[in-house]
Design a protein around this ligand. Sequence first.
Ligand code: NAD
Length: 477
Amino acid sequence: MNNPANEPTFRESVDLMFNRAVALMDLPPGLEEKIRVCNATYTVRFGVRLRGRIQTFTGYRSVHSEHMEPVKGGIRYATAVNQDEVEALAALMTYKCALVEAPFGGSKGGLCVDPRQYDEHELEQITRRFAYELAKRDLIHPSQNVPAPDMGTGEREMAWIADQYARMNTTDINARACVTGKPLNAGGISGRVEATGRGVQYALREFFRDPRDMEKAGLTGSLDGKRVIVQGLGNVGYHAAKFLQQEDGSKVIGIIERDGALFNDDGLDVDAVRDWIVKHGGVTGFPDAAHHAEGAGVLEAECDILIPAALEGVINMSNAERIKAPLIIEAANGPVTAGADDILRKKGKVIIPDMYANAGGVTVSYFEWVKNLSHIRFGRMQRRQEEARHQLVIDELERLDHLMGDQWSLRPEFKEKYLRGADELELVRSGLDDTMRIAYQSMREVWHGRDDVDDLRTAAYIVAIEKVAASYRAKGL
Ligand code: NAD
């Protein structure tokens, strides 16, 4: 997007960032290249009869690293999909899974299509045909390659893919585990739709827990009252902005979409903007905010936290110098190019890198995959037992109080909260929060602990590459 000619491609950007980290590591000769290169990319062209004629589509599925299997990564629907992009995204998946300890190798898929140009039935035909092409080569498979949603795809497409795989593998008892991000009634898990945005919120909460991190960005306090600008109010951007606004008291002052940006210093109502987009197809015309036709310019506005959550390359060498936000959290994959990253680091900006920041999606996908393989909802065995044990404690406390002459009583809201056993959504959120905290702490340790590392991205790469290298070493490669 808007990259000047001398800007590296997305894949080159990922490789440059990888190289910066391995230069600080002590890997055995040759292992560095083995980890960096993409193992294979499959290109498929297939025809679908639509509107009275055959239309040909081009799709990709790239497998970056099989140090762990299955490999995992989303499927993207966009006209700009190409091999370079899919390979860059697959590489990021390898490092992301390693960083958050999801036991997968990295993969990614994409189809060159603008989903807005087709109706639901046509999209189903296209998706089923693409899924057929990938499944027959084991590029969709519960134990080999497990896709998920990405830009332009969601629960609906994942349900079609799962069903297509099941039709082709009628005796596979684990068929549902062939793809994640499915709707709940088709084998999905509570909390998957919100997971990536929720992960962005948990990442920011962890950042604001350590004064040393805040000091690096020149920020103080908490998320409460922080001014946020978000680019892309899709799945990831919407959930991140909504949770920050409704649960942490942050003020969303700017929202950038395809058709321009909304800006209001007093804060925008994220849900109202989302409803407007659903109804009108864009942000244009939304009341209570200034509309800027040249949306990308709002990336450069004064704010505390900038959340690019749309697509790659939006902060590049042409605008990096003008970015004012002291803290950037990469909710999208690759929104900051390697060139821009250099400029921003020199300016003292703190960037929470994509590899970590948007790992909430794959984390909850991991939980979904485990749920599918175990064929049971999380919490089903222990929830009521947990409630019964809590009831025992309450009964005993009340008995003791009665013996002491009814001097005190438990607050009803405490009793209600304490008595309720955790359901699947609570367990998923707890597992996600734990994952995001631990992964952040592993980056933080390298960031503050080593004199030769002065940014979170390099720290993230070092932690991730170390884990992939350990896995290759254990395999004897
Ligand atoms: P989405 O399709 O739901 O949303 C993308 C949003 O960006 C849409 O609202 C779209 O209108 C907007 N957009 C597109 N082009 C734009 C432009 N030029 N300027 C401003 N806005 C623009 O996609 P998503 O699933 O939210 O994914 C967004 C990013 O997050 C991608 O980089 C994706 O790889 C990454 N990601 C997604 C997930 C996930 O679970 N969905 C997980 C990890 C990473």
